[in-house]
Design a protein around this ligand. Structure first.
Ligand SMILES: [Zn+2]
Ligand SMILES: [Zn+2]
Length: 344
């Protein structure tokens, strides 16, 4: 990326020199995330000055550096913590203040190779590669790991009702993971197409909320809860749409002993009565990314066939990056795009 909203340019560089604790990864695939669009189109500043190679949803093969990792197929966590600081030591490495993010703090994954710290690489076992190509697995680095962390953090248990607001690129995995955890899952969205995909993937119930107000939605949710024979209280609500309307609805769905998890992001503000949390003895939590320590668990979900990914991923040659970003901005894709290097 050379400039805001301008076409990406192909640049040739010599391979970087490696220090101890670093690895050179030959990139298999790099997913296109909304965060990349924020940098490229919406004017969010990258930490590293431009020009910068974007991309933080990366899989590949280690081709140089740290011997322990040589020739291993890996997923590079989207957030690489330091492992030493107060937050890291408290098990909150995903918000480590010294964290490095590819395609933001340093040159990222829309490239043939990337230099990364090797400490938190996640190895991809061969049994996963029997099911999926390494490039498809790049989506684990962000689109799948983020909802995984929040579902753990919400303490979702088997038999709970999980309400997922927004079943797009991230939410569809959130809904599936909640299902794997044994919850009864209700998906809410304004896109019939996305709800249909959720249904086809075993989500218990869906509700198209287009044009409905919070009150009407809450009534419909209560009916669905009855039909599903789901618990009346203690709902685990996941706001993944990242919209003001979605957040407003999410807050209004809070009932006794509920936990509302905020996963989507918007700059918009909301007016709510926070005392509802007190009255309902409810919890409101946020979540940021996923700590690398959880990645092997996520890979295992894919490896054992519980979580399916191929139908939500579409690969493109990396040379088409300008076209793919433009189309993503115009919401032309329903699947997550993964760019595959087609230059050497
Ligand atoms: Zn991302
Ligand atoms: Zn740290």
């Amino acid at each position: 990326m050379v400039q805001l909203d301008k076409e990406f340019q192909l640049a040739e560089k010599s391979l970087p020199e490696l220090k101890e604790g670093e690895a050179l990864v030959k990139i298999a695939g790099c997913g296109v995330c909304h965060t990349d669009l924020s940098f490229w189109h919406y004017g969010v500043q990258t930490k590293h000055a431009l020009p910068l190679t974007l991309g933080h949803e990366i899989s590949g093969v280690v081709v140089a550096g740290d011997k322990k990792w040589l020739n291993k197929k890996v997923i590079i966590p989207a957030v690489l913590p330091c492992g030493e600081c107060e937050l890291c030591k408290k098990g909150r490495s995903n918000i480590c203040r010294n964290q490095l993010m590819p395609g933001n703090d340093f040159h990222g994954g829309f490239a043939s190779h990337i230099k990364v710290p090797s400490k938190y690489l996640c190895e991809v076992p061969d049994k996963v590669l029997e099911k999926y190509s390494l490039e498809q697995l790049s989506v684990i680095a962000d689109a799948i790991s983020t909802p995984y962390q929040v579902i753990k953090k919400s303490e979702l248990e088997a038999g709970d009702l999980a309400i997922v607001i927004g079943v797009g690129g991230v939410g569809i995995y959130g809904a599936q993971i909640a299902k794997i955890f044994g919850a009864k899952v209700l998906a809410l969205d304004i896109s019939e197409e996305k709800l249909e995909i959720a249904k086809q993937n075993g989500i218990d119930a869906t509700l198209n909320i287009k044009g409905l107000d919070s009150k009407a939605i809450k009534e419909k949710v209560k009916e669905i809860v009855k039909q599903l024979n789901a618990p009346k209280f203690g709902w685990k609500i996941f706001e993944i749409s990242g919209t003001k309307a979605g957040q407003d609805l999410a807050f209004n769905l809070i009932t006794f002993a509920s936990t509302l998890s905020i996963v989507g992001f918007t700059m918009d503000k909301l007016e709510v009565r926070l005392s509802n949390l007190m009255a309902f003895d409810a919890k409101l939590i946020g979540t940021w990314g996923c700590k690398p320590e959880l990645y092997p668990e996520v890979v295992e979900l894919v490896a054992n066939g519980k979580l399916k990914i191929d139908q939500f991923v579409q690969t493109f040659p990396m040379s088409k990056i300008n076209e793919v970003f433009k189309n993503t901005l115009e919401h032309k894709y329903t699947k997550r795009s993964v760019m595959v290097p087609d230059f050497n």
